[in-house]
Structure formats: C-alpha cells, structure tokens
Design a protein around this ligand. Structure first.
Ligand code: NAD
Ligand code: MG
Length: 388
C-alpha cells in the first residue's frame, strides 16, 4: 500500500522545539517529508540543517542574513528566501501538509493565519498566537477547516485524554506546572533573584523566553488562555496544580467525576511527534518512565499571591477582546528587557500589570485591532522598562 508522506514545514527550526522536531522527523523517514525550514537570525545553524536535511525551501526572517544563506547553499537544490513575508508565503506550498509553528512570540501570528487560510494542519507550539488572537484564530480555523493540534505538553496531554471522548463534556481540566526555579519563594526572595537563576529550569531545557515565563509562571498564565481556545473552556473550568516532577502532564475531569491524566518523562519530543502524526502513534525510542525512579509524585497549590502572573492572565482572559494581546506584548518586552539585564525579575510582573490596567480593550477585534493593540502595549511597556 502506498501511503503519502506528510509534508512538513517547521517555522523556527533552529530553536528548542524546532531542533527536537528535526530529530523526530529524522527518526521516521518513511513517514515525513521535510519541505520547509525557517529561522529568525541563526543563519549558521539554518545552513547546517539545510545541508543535512535537504528541504525544498529555507527562509531566514532576518533579511541581513540572506546573502550568507544563499551563498552557503549555492550548490544545493534548495530555494532560499528572506523576510517575514516570505515566512508567511512558504507555508502555502501544496507540498506542505503540516505546519509546525515553533517560532517564539507574536511573530508566530501572521504565518499561522496564512497557514490556516491555506487549509494546512497546524502543529501549534507557538502558544502566543492563541493568547494574542484566540478568537480570530478559532474563527479562521473553522472557516478554512484547518485542524490545530497542540504541541505544548500540557495541552497535548489534555488532547490525548480527550481522544474517544468527543461527546462527553469536560467538567474541568488541571494544567500541571513544575513551579519553575522559584517554587516556594516569597516576594521578598524574588526581589533579588538573578538572570542566571531564572534561566535554570528544573525539568525542561527550552528557549530563553519560555524559560523566563516559566520562572515567573506567566507561562502557565499563557497556557490557561491557550487551553480556553483549544478546548472551548470557561475560565473557572481551568485549574492549575503545581507538580514539581513534571510527570503528569495534565488532567481532564469529566462530568461523572472520572479523571484522566497523561503521563511520561518530561520530553517534548513526544508531544511534538504526536502533533505531527495524530491520530497515529509512531513507535519511538524515547526513554521510558520507570515508577521506581519516582516513588513520589507531589502536588501543591500555586502561590498566586507571589506569582501574580496567574491572576493577571485570568483577568486578561475575562476581559476578552485585545486584553490578552496587550498583556502578551507587555510580557515579551519585559522578558527581553530582563534578559538584557535592563530590569529586575519582579519588574516583569509590574510592567505586565501596569500595561494591562492602562490599555484600551477593543472588543470583537479584527486582525488590524490586534496589530494595533500589540504595538500600543509594546510602546507603553518599553517606556516602563526605560527602552526607546
Ligand atoms: P527558541 O527561542 O528556542 O526558538 C525560537 C525559534 O524561532 C528559533 O528558530 C528562532 O530563530 C525563531 N524566531 C525567533 N524570532 C523570530 C522571528 N521574529 N521571526 C521568525 N522566526 C523567529 O524557542 P522555543 O523554546 O523552541 O519555543 C518556541 C515556541 O514553542 C514558543 O512559543 C514556546 O512558548 C513554545 N513551547 C516551547 C517549549 C519548549 O520546550 N521549548 C514547550 C512548550 C511550548
Ligand atoms: Mg507547557
């Protein structure tokens, strides 16, 4: 029997999710056909990946790196483009079936919209897209009959627990959270934490932005909003439980009280692979979980007094409109400022709160409203961070 291979485009192939996705694809050469690789600025790794995996097309978002990329791939039969418009255009190719959105931040929004409009399947790692414009993305996905499969481990867990349950309403879900490097810290202790400490996540190795978001628990805040849109949930149906070992990836509770959890070692390759192969499960050699290595699994209430990101994200979600878009923009600026050691760790939370309190919330937003809200919140956040 001839089975057509799945044509894959990876947006953000040089990042943490992108490189792990390439390992998954490399292990299953009869299943996947790698079509497109893209990166923001990391041209040297993109060149290396292009030479190794020989995709049909590569794109570098940073146009200044175009010549370097083109020259390096001169002797290869690979199309080379640059710029963010090209990034959006390459997902339209008819050879591409699944678009893995593994780029970070608001930059994921427009390419994801283009992929949906081209009726591609979306393997969504870029949670910011749903945080920023969940309402619009859902509308477009329905209109263009494009399926969105989550890569985020918690959402993949929920998605897996819901298989075969589509007629059974969800009572609530529990998103698990490791608690990050500052679990158990007081506000006083958070005042003096350093960049180096914040970048040290206990269980996961990830890109810098999501690592800081995990330390501030804004990542979990963003994931609450992501879950609302993926699974059509109300705010009070989404609970967060701190689970330091990151073995249970999340839990669904049904109306009869039954709870289903998905578990395994913390390894993003599993949710990446499942989003690319759904509904199939491909055999893998990923390390297996051993109960005796984890004689205890612990659960704690998140400290919402200290980690105000959780309530801030809930507030933005309840405000609807462009509120979460503004919060996300503020957070991207604040995290970047913290990474550049321009502001302190707690300043991130303060900038986010000030921006959310100040902005004009636009209800029933169009794409232009999201773009404007993002710009406005970024400008305000930059002022607060002392950046021009
Ligand atoms: P990363 O920083 O490691 O990689 C980001 C990728 O995006 C890189 O390839 C980079 O070149 C590209 N990129 C950055 N800015 C760009 C721009 N303006 N235009 C085009 N490309 C750009 O990030 P990551 O940790 O791989 O995370 C990617 C996404 O996946 C994020 O939205 C994150 O929240 C989500 N996610 C990551 C993990 C993880 O384990 N890393 C887990 C769950 C969800
Ligand atoms: Mg997650």
């Amino acid at each position: 029997m001839h089975v057509q291979k799945k044509g894959i485009a990876i947006l953000g192939s040089t990042g943490s999710i992108g490189t792990q996705a390439l390992e998954v694809i490399e292990s299953n050469p009869n299943y996947f056909d790698l079509q497109v690789l893209t990166a923001g600025s990391n041209v040297s790794l993109l060149i290396e990946q292009a030479k190794k995996y020989k995709p049909n097309t590569v794109v570098i978002a940073n146009e200044e790196k175009y010549l370097e990329l083109r020259n390096a791939l001169e002797d290869f039969d690979i199309h080379v483009y640059a710029g963010s418009d090209a990034l959006s255009q390459v997902v339209e190719s008819k050879e591409v079936h699944v678009v893995l959105t593994a780029l970070v931040g608001y930059a994921g929004l427009i390419p994801t919209i283009k992929a949906i409009e081209s009726r591609k399947t979306i393997a969504l790692a870029n949670k910011e897209t749903l945080v920023v414009a969940g309402e619009l993305i859902k509308k477009l996905a329905r209109k263009y009959q494009s399926n969105i499969y989550p890569v985020d481990s918690e959402h993949s867990a929920i998605f897996q627990c819901l298989m075969g349950e589509y007629k059974n309403p969800i009572e609530k879900i529990y998103l698990t959270a490791s608690g990050g490097p500052f679990r158990g810290y007081s506000l006083e202790q958070l005042k003096t934490v350093t960049l180096k400490q914040a970048l040290k996540h206990p269980n996961w190795s990830m890109g810098a932005k999501i690592t800081i978001d995990s330390a501030s628990m804004m990542n979990k805040g963003l994931e609450i909003i992501e879950a609302k849109w993926l699974f059509d949930l109300k705010e009070d149906q989404i609970d967060v439980i701190v689970h330091p070992q990151s073995i249970i990836h999340s839990i669904v509770q049904f109306e009869d009280g039954s709870m289903k959890a998905q578990m395994g070692l913390p390894d993003m390759k599993l949710p990446i692979q499942f989003a690319l192969t759904y509904p199939d499960r491909l055999p893998s050699t990923f390390p297996r979980f051993n109960f005796l290595d984890y004689p205890q699994l612990n659960f704690e209430k998140p400290d919402v007094e200290v980690f105000t990101s959780l309530s801030l994200a809930r507030e933005a979600m309840l405000m609807e409109g462009t509120a979460a878009c503004s919060l996300n923009a503020a957070n991207e600026i604040a995290v970047e400022a913290f990474l550049n050691e321009k502001i302190s760790f707690l300043d991130i939370l303060e900038v986010n709160e000030k921006v959310l309190k100040q902005i004009n919330n636009q209800t029933s937003p169009s794409l232009t409203d999201y773009i404007d809200a993002d710009k406005e919140a970024r400008n305000f956040a930059k002022k607060l961070c002392g950046i021009n």
